[in-house]
Design a protein around this ligand. Structure first.
Ligand code: URA
Ligand code: CA
Length: 433
């Protein structure tokens, strides 16, 4: 087999076989196929697309390019959740203990944040003592015992994807739905999930700006998941503004605690219940969505969800007392309100810019080596559709540095105000299965 023939075949719009796709992924991973040929191939895929079968073969080849996590020692159906990026997305912190509290095993492999999106591990580390440096054996034991545990990314997962994603990034081939879908799905599958719930974001702050594109990406991922034998479902949710109110590590932990008590932001609560209900159904702990949702709501009402969070934190060395006394979380020295300059309705809050503002305060990493400040961030007081009077606080900045002029400017550039009434955006557009 020669790579040049495969490039030509794709360029001319023909379908590649499983063997051909394996050949090119293996060759690229081990360095036999050079970057320039893989670049040309990616561009051919960008223009010609891939069939359903090709996408499944591509995903499987990438899964097989590295280690695969074996979760077979955990009883029950392991359901994972994936969100396609977001700012202030506190859902994992809420969902993991919430679905665990009704018996769904949550074996979560998580990463640290890079750039303006935060990582779940960073957020959890704002709880004193909490750590994810546990052995695979401890991880599996903890999930069997408490139904939830989080471990740091280890091993050599999907090296083909790592290499291909880096190449796509510099060859203008990231925005290809088959390539995005196989990239995301290969990582979830290698991490060992039996079933997967996807939260595909749409709107100004998302990868997929239009609803049509988000639907296509979701359908493509669902077909890949089901095609490789993992039950997969997707919802499309709004990212025309940050989710919830808090953006920043300890601030989001506080927000998660509030939500697990039923007192969090409405959008975060609703999204967590929607995703959680699908997870419970896929784990076969409920027969339908309605029953699953009732179980989760009851768990929040009777305190089991919160109890599950405490157990999980304590089992990994964390000070579970913060759940009852969030004032024990790291706090910033300065809180600075940012007042609205005019009266009107909030029409947009660009999530990426709010994320950047939080990063400037030290909440996120500019490079892998950056040390982050767990206490700092931004808390929104006004969301899209809200009426605001000149002088009222749009957000509060939590900072350990008194001089936040640049951050304030960022916040102003993120908020758009309109004289006309603005309807609140739909949070959940549709389900894809
Ligand atoms: N996220 C991924 O993991 N892969 C892509 O290709 C795009 C977004
Ligand atoms: Ca949030």
């Amino acid at each position: 087999m020669r790579m040049v023939d495969l490039i030509e075949k794709k360029r001319d719009g023909f379908e590649l076989t499983k063997e051909e796709i394996q050949f090119l992924i293996n060759g690229f991973t081990n360095g036999e196929i050079p970057d320039y040929q893989m670049s040309a191939f990616s561009m051919a895929v960008f223009f010609k697309g891939m069939t359903k079968e090709e996408r499944v073969h591509l995903t499987e080849a990438m899964v097989q390019s590295g280690d695969q996590i074996d979760l077979s020692g955990i009883e029950g159906i392991k359901v994972d959740k994936h969100s396609t990026g977001g700012v202030g997305d506190t859902t994992t912190l809420v969902l993991a203990p919430l679905v665990a509290s009704v018996g769904v095993p949550v074996a979560k492999m998580s990463g640290r944040g890079l750039g303006h999106t935060g990582g779940t591990i960073d957020k959890l580390e704002s709880i004193k003592g909490f750590h994810v440096e546990i052995t695979n054996e401890e991880f599996i034991d903890l999930v069997n015992k408490n139904k939830v545990a989080v471990i740091g990314q280890s091993g050599n997962l999907t090296p083909a994807d790592k290499k291909l994603y880096a190449l796509r990034d510099v060859t203008a081939t990231v925005d290809s739905i088959p390539l995005i879908a196989s990239s995301i799905m290969s990582k979830k599958i290698a991490a060992g999930a039996d079933a997967i719930v996807l939260d595909v974001k749409t709107g100004s702050g998302a990868f997929m700006k239009s609803l049509e594109d988000a639907k296509e990406l979701a359908k493509t991922m669902v077909d890949i998941g089901n095609g490789v034998g993992r039950k997969t479902k997707a919802i499309i949710s709004d990212m025309s503004q940050p989710l919830g109110f808090a953006v920043g590590n300890a601030l989001e932990v506080k927000e998660a605690i509030d939500t697990l008590q039923g007192q969090g932001p409405e959008d975060l609560y609703e999204l967590c219940l929607t995703l959680g209900s699908h997870m419970v159904v896929l784990a076969e702990k409920a027969t339908d969505y309605k029953q699953a949702r009732e179980m989760l709501e009851e768990s929040i009402r009777n305190g089991k969800a919160l109890e599950s969070f405490k157990t999980f934190l304590a089992a990994q060395g964390g000070d579970a007392l913060v759940v009852d006394e969030p004032s024990k979380l790291p706090t910033a020295s300065y809180t600075i309100a940012v007042p609205a300059k005019q009266t009107g309705y909030v029409s947009e809050i660009t999530a990426e810019i709010v994320g950047l503002a939080a990063m400037m305060l030290g909440a996120g990493r500019a490079t892998k080596e950056s040390v982050i400040d767990l206490a700092v961030g931004v808390v929104l007081h006004k969301k899209v559709g809200d009426y605001v009077q000149a002088g009222e606080a749009l957000v509060t900045i939590h900072s350990n540095n008194e001089n936040v002029q640049e951050v304030i400017e960022k916040i102003y550039s993120a908020y758009q105000l309109s004289d006309k009434k603005v309807v609140k955006p739909t949070l959940i557009y549709t389900e894809i299965q």
